[in-house]
Design a binder for this molecule. Structure first.
Ligand SMILES: O=C(O)CCC(=O)C(=O)O
Ligand SMILES: [Fe+2]
Length: 344
């Protein structure tokens, strides 16, 4: 085992190139037969100015891959990648604590903390540890919502979350304008109860994250480590999402797809630890998951009218159900598996 790891490190040292100007994290030339997704990069400063061609680029990314990078250079959210770096450090300290200590923070609510896994004895690695900080709860009562380690970091989490609120608001405005829709923000009012969360994820060892679409509307994701894969809509094949230090990965979730009469793609993704990702150690990621206000109503993938609250509850149920139960429903994959023609 030790020999194996030493060998891996040796290969890594040979093939890795230094972090580029873009802040991408090598090994970009690792040959594990899986391509790196060629996702578009959208400029957030231009979206803030409602620059028409950038907004068109945003729409194009949302109706094709459903995934893209967001570059914050010279925007009012320029500090987000810096805050992410600090947040990752605090997270490491947090997840280093004994399980019993962390268990107290989720207050027995499995969707808010602890270990999250599908109930499947054949795939014990499909599990990760998480802490989910409720956006609404954080606004209402930060001291009750934040574990002590995060309180000690001053207003780090509050600033991070309010910046994410701004980032998603701008994207929702741009999409409403270009699609000629009434304001998509009306379903995402941050001062109304919703299941919008800042999810802090920890993948020690070889833990993975089963394939899924995100239940909500938009996700702002950062990870400095390889592991995330997305389905390429043209081929139905899994591709790596290259981690970038200064850019967030944004993806469309199920509910934004439903609010836009299924024009946008809520793309399937997963985290695996094989191939180039096997060179990473303990993996961490930060996902701001925007979900609609609890009472927002829409028609789901099966044509049923539902509310965000019921839809999120149903998705969480199926997320931790056995795989054979998951296969009987469209919920885990947002109905996207058939549309994308997924290979495996
Ligand atoms: O850990 C990651 O990179 C992905 C996390 C994710 O897909 C999620 O939280 O929905
Ligand atoms: Fe996800």
């Amino acid at each position: 085992m030790l020999q194996n790891n030493t060998h891996k490190f040796f290969i890594y040292a040979i093939i890795s190139s230094p972090t580029s100007i873009m802040g991408s994290l090598s090994p970009s030339t690792f040959d594990d037969q899986i391509s790196v997704a060629s996702l578009k990069t959208i400029n957030f400063a231009l979206l803030e100015k409602k620059d028409r061609s950038e907004v068109e680029k945003l729409l194009a990314a949302c109706i094709s891959a459903g995934f893209f990078y967001l570059d914050f250079t010279s925007s009012s959210a320029e500090n987000l990648p810096v805050a992410k770096k600090t947040l990752l450090e605090v997270m490491k300290k947090y997840f280093d604590q004994p399980l019993e200590k962390k268990a107290v923070d989720s207050k027995g609510v499995t969707t808010r903390g602890g270990s999250f896994s599908a109930v499947n004895r054949d795939r014990p690695n499909e599990s990760f540890e998480h802490l989910a900080i409720g956006n609404y709860e954080l606004l209402q009562n930060p001291l009750k919502t934040l574990p002590i380690i995060f309180q000690q970091a001053g207003d780090l989490v509050q600033t991070y979350v309010s910046t994410c609120e701004h980032v998603v608001d701008v994207m929702l405005d741009c999409l409403s304008d270009i699609l000629g829709l009434e304001d998509l923000r009306q379903y995402h009012l941050h001062n109304k109860p919703s299941d919008t969360i800042l999810a802090l994820l920890s993948y020690p060892g070889e833990l993975t994250h089963q394939k899924h679409t995100d239940v909500g509307s938009l996700t702002v994701l950062f990870s400095d480590q390889w592991g995330l894969q997305v389905i390429a809509p043209e081929s139905g094949r899994w591709e790596w999402v290259e981690p970038r230090v200064y850019q967030a990965v944004i993806n469309v979730g199920d509910t934004l797809r439903f609010f836009t009469s299924k024009k946008l793609y809520s793309c399937l993704h997963r985290v695996i630890r094989e191939g180039r990702a096997s060179l990473e150690g303990h993996r961490y990621s930060i996902a701001y998951l925007l979900r609609p206000d609890n009472d927002a109503a829409f028609v789901d993938a099966d044509g049923a009218r539902t509310t965000a609250k019921d839809f999120v509850d149903a998705k969480y149920h199926i997320y931790s159900a056995p795989h054979d139960e998951q296969q009987t429903s469209n919920i885990l994959t947002g109905g996207m598996e058939q549309i994308l023609g997924v290979e495996a």
